[in-house]
Design a protein around this ligand. Structure first.
Ligand SMILES: [Zn+2]
Length: 146
């Protein structure tokens, strides 16, 4: 039995529709989705349009926040060498962490595998819960290091 891509409900009466997906990694593709109701189709279409408009911003922001990790480590080591009392490396880590937190809350894009497994609706919640946990763990370990 097929599942609704939005709510993950299993039903025999699925409606199929196609959406044009734009992705800077894979280019423009035609994706076929199955939904259980008009409401789920509307929500899936809205999410696809939102993803098309924002995926590039999300990926660029993500790349910046990941790049801040070695920068923070380098600055921390450098400041220690200089016996500087200013926690600049820590500040960069916090900025990188906050950037990632806001990115995933604003753009809750899960992997296609996750979407296939639990549907878009639950994957949005899963991404937001996951980023909060990751952020809390990172913040806790950084504070512990001080
Ligand atoms: Zn549905």
């Amino acid at each position: 039995m097929e599942k609704c891509i939005w709510c993950n409900k299993k039903t025999d009466n699925l409606m199929t529709f196609t959406e044009t997906m734009k992705n800077i990694l894979t280019g423009t593709t035609q994706e076929t989705f199955n939904c259980c109701s008009d409401e789920c189709i509307d929500k899936t279409r809205a999410f696809c349009h939102y993803a098309n408009r924002n995926l590039s911003k999300f990926l660029i922001g993500f790349a910046i926040s990941v790049a801040l990790v070695p920068v923070a480590l380098f600055v921390t080591a450098f400041m220690e060498q200089m016996n500087s009392p200013y926690p600049v490396g820590f500040a960069i880590s916090v900025i990188g962490g906050l950037l990632m937190l806001f990115l995933f809350i604003l753009y809750p894009f899960a992997t296609p595998q996750t979407v296939m497994l639990i549907g878009i609706k639950k994957s949005i919640i899963a991404v937001r819960v996951m980023i909060f946990i990751i952020f809390a763990v990172i913040l806790f370990s950084v504070i512990n290091e001080m």
